[in-house]
Design a protein around this ligand. Structure first.
Ligand code: ADP
Length: 294
């Protein structure tokens, strides 16, 4: 478990054409040890940028501290799960999960044992010897989660990991992720543009402003845990109330960000299966406006 502190973080992208784009502006945030924390914001507000900076994959001005230690690049104390599963097609499921441990110098027997334990944690026992193209989307994402857990990171960073899955699979994986979080006690930072997903999963949700991204408000989610045990918690009054509060905060930002122009967006901007309509036909559509397009 680890705390994550973000101090005065700004990120400016400079394009080859000479244009620039301020993605994050003087952002400050403290995430507690063992917390399940969601970053919610309109498309293009800088959520992925922030996650990648915490992961050490991207540089920025300002500071990221993990347990008080500054982040200087990628490290084994952080595991990342992306929307794309990024599995090696030529390796079996268990080899994919064990791969990071090989890089870490763990002996073969031990790394396969750890990989099997992590696969059991994500409900994939019995599928160890399959290849990625023999798996459903949900199973691929479970494998990607097992791979991130295998080297026992203190912080799990998740970038819209369920956005490409169908609605039913997504709900199942959300419940399973909460069980994994309970069992492992990891600090989880979860990026999403889905209000429902943020409410179901997180203890606190930070609403990010439209670009440049700043923290607009941090909302406590007052739902009891374990949420996956409560029948149809998404229909409860408490769920609807906090969902509405987030909807109001977010809809202002979606309007500000100018991403209300239909389904035909670019990049990860593709409408994820089952994305939430935002009120009167407004859609939290993921449109990433690159500098090149401005
Ligand atoms: P989100 O995850 O909230 O959709 P991103 O972090 O992907 O947002 O992007 C934030 C802003 O930064 C967007 O306007 C996007 O176009 C821009 N951006 C992201 N990556 C790059 C890059 N490599 N080069 C230039 N601009 C980028």
């Amino acid at each position: 478990m680890a705390s994550v502190d973000i101090e005065n973080l700004s990120k400016r992208y400079i394009s080859k054409a000479g244009g620039d784009c301020l993605a994050l502006d003087d952002l400050n945030l403290s995430i507690e040890k063992g917390e399940f924390f969601a970053l919610l914001g309109p498309s293009g507000c800088g959520k992925s940028t922030l996650l990648h900076i915490i992961g050490g994959l991207n540089s920025a001005d300002g500071k990221i501290l993990i347990n008080g230690q500054p982040v200087k690049g990628p490290g084994l104390n952080r595991g990342i799960v992306f929307q794309e599963y990024a599995l090696f097609p030529w390796l079996t499921v268990v080899e994919n999960v064990a791969f990071g441990l090989k890089m870490k110098g763990v002996a073969k027997r031990e790394r396969l044992q750890t990989a099997r334990e992590c696969l059991a944690l994500v409900g994939l026992s019995g599928f160890e010897e399959r290849y990625p193209d023999q798996l459903s989307g949900g199973m691929k994402q479970r494998t990607a989660i097992a791979r991130a857990l295998a080297y026992d990171p203190e912080v799990l960073l998740m970038d819209e990991p369920f956005a490409a899955l169908d609605a039913q699979t997504r709900e199942i994986l959300q419940g399973e992720l909460l069980k994994i979080w309970e069992k492992t006690g990891k600090t989880i930072i979860f990026v999403t543009h889905s209000i429902e997903e943020a409410v179901f999963l997180a203890q606190r949700v930070a609403v990010i402003t439209s670009r440049p991204g700043r923290i607009k408000k941090i909302v406590d989610i007052p739902l009891s845990t374990p949420r996956y045990e409560e029948e149809d918690i998404r229909s409860s009054a408490a769920f609807s109330e906090v969902r509405h509060e987030l909807w109001k905060l977010l809809s202002e930002e979606v309007v500000n960000s100018g991403t209300l122009n239909g389904y035909g967006g670019s990049s990860k901007a593709v409408q994820a299966k089952g994305s939430e309509p935002l009120g009167e036909g407004l859609l939290l559509q993921a449109q990433t406006e690159g500098v090149e397009q401005q």
